[in-house]
Design a protein around this ligand. Sequence first.
Ligand code: AMP
Ligand code: MG
Length: 337
Amino acid sequence: MKIKYIPLLLALLLMLTGCGQRVPEQTSQIFAMDTVMDFYAVGDGAEDVLVEAAQEINRLEALLSRTRQGSEVYILNETGSAALSQETAQLLRDALTYAEITGGAFDITVAPLVDAWDIHGDDPRVPDDAEIAGLLTLVGSGHLHLTDGSAALDAGCAIDLGGIAKGYASDVVARLYRERGIQGGWISLGGNVYAHGTKPDGSLWNVAIRDPNDPAATAAMVQLSNEFAVTSGGYQRYFTAADGTVYQHILDPKTGRPAESDLLSVTIVAKNGTLADAYSTALYVMGEAEAVSFQSAHRAEFDMVLITADSRILYTPGLAGRISCQEGGRYELCALS
Ligand code: AMP
Ligand code: MG
């Protein structure tokens, strides 16, 4: 089996233009949470803020990683129960809320299936129907029991925060930018972007949405300020089986298999990075029709850009005038009502 991994760094391209004057600025790059993370900050204290941002990301990884021995999530998965910090407990409560709101399309208890497929790992494989059926009995929010300061899992169950942890981390770093008075900048945690303030010339940040058919290219650009843009897509991680079938990493918790979505990618634009991360994963699972009706019911919470398998780029009204795509290119840009 051949594994293909498109570095999440390439998921979004941020373009900085129009710097008319010299202002203190700082960039940094780290590798954490299994992805490359880039930071850019403009303003007094930018250097210190980026040091702190890296420390915060490392602190969160030490709490939330499934693979880091001693993390709260590691202990919970390994032993079936764990004492939780307030922060982890709140994130798990949020994850359960998003599972409920999305009708289970987003579900952190999908972990046993993530392990069985091992699409992130060195030896991805296709579990047989009986194995999937058995593992599906371990999936569902009812298997995770949260009490004050601790969590417990039913036997054989586990959680995977891969669909939400980077979104939460982006919220934490965004708060740091705000509290430290950073004037402008951005962070890019793999496919999770936060655009802070404006460019030094006062204009909005341009965030590129990758072309799922050619991840080195851009499908659309959106202009953002003080917003998160989180993209999920099957093209970000996948493996190709010996028979040529491509299996991507976002699983449908109802079938136990990689979601067979009619969407190539989902970008959620919101003021809340955690929500944007959970919803981008969930709406990819839902597919176009359900994603559109879900967004209609939650339009105060977020905007979105859907790239469909039949080459349309759909965007919600809140992005009108802030989104563009190459004229005469592969995709047709279509406004949703
Ligand atoms: P994202 O890139 O944010 O869409 O998250 C995808 C990752 O979350 C996968 O690589 C898995 O680790 C995990 N995952 C897969 N399917 C789901 C799902 N339906 N709900 C929650 N997490 C998932
Ligand atoms: Mg996600």
